[in-house]
Design a protein around this ligand. Structure first.
Ligand SMILES: [Zn+2]
Ligand SMILES: [Zn+2]
Length: 188
């Protein structure tokens, strides 16, 4: 029982943490993940799996950190909990490799697509969508994180846009005021 609990928690809560504490903030405010994982100058099979470039490894490690942090306490809850947590980490890593295989020719058979849709598991084809258009297909392992992730992105971006137009308007008002006060001083 503890085996499955820790396995499922490491994967589901780990993906929650990784998506909302790392992946989305990176897409909104930072450059590391966009510069490495979404580098269009190389194949993503190369930069997600093969590369030993320190920046690429750092992006991978930061994305994996929520899973690892979650797995640690389970390792002290007895052998079954520890085994489940470690299997969770192993499956998570295998999924990283697997979800980047479209580029080297992976194509999911229909029966697998059906199973993946039932359990909401991200297929390589789904994650390929995130590389084609970085604004879609969030959630690294589970697809149910995609909708809330996109909602957060859209919301934060609209707030950013509104703030930018408000600042621009303010600048224009200030400039107008400066011109007006200049005119009155000239007249006087
Ligand atoms: Zn990827
Ligand atoms: Zn991304």
């Amino acid at each position: 029982m503890m085996f499955f609990v820790s396995l499922v928690i490491v994967l589901i809560v780990g993906d929650l943490g990784s998506t909302f504490l790392y992946h989305i903030p990176q897409h909104l405010w930072f450059k590391l993940h966009l510069r490495t994982h979404h580098d269009r100058n190389r194949s993503y099979w190369d930069h997600a799996i093969l590369s030993k470039d320190p920046e690429i490894l750092l992006d991978g490690l930061l994305g994996a950190l929520p899973y690892i942090v979650l797995a640690i306490p389970f390792c002290f809850l007895g052998p079954w909990a520890a085994a489940g947590a470690i299997l969770g980490l192993v499956l998570g890593q295998l999924h990283v490799w697997w979800r980047h295989t479209v580029e080297i020719g992976w194509s999911s058979p229909p029966w697998l697509v059906r199973i993946a849709r039932i359990f909401q598991i991200v297929l390589p084809e789904d994650h390929n969508g995130h590389h084609v258009n970085p604004d879609i297909e969030f959630g690294d392992i589970f697809r149910f994180y995609d909708a809330p992730a996109r909602a957060i992105l859209t919301y934060v971006r609209s707030v950013q846009r509104r703030r930018r137009t408000a600042l621009k308007r303010l600048e224009r008002i200030r400039a107008l005021r400066a011109v007006r006060s200049l005119r009155t001083t000239q007249r006087a």
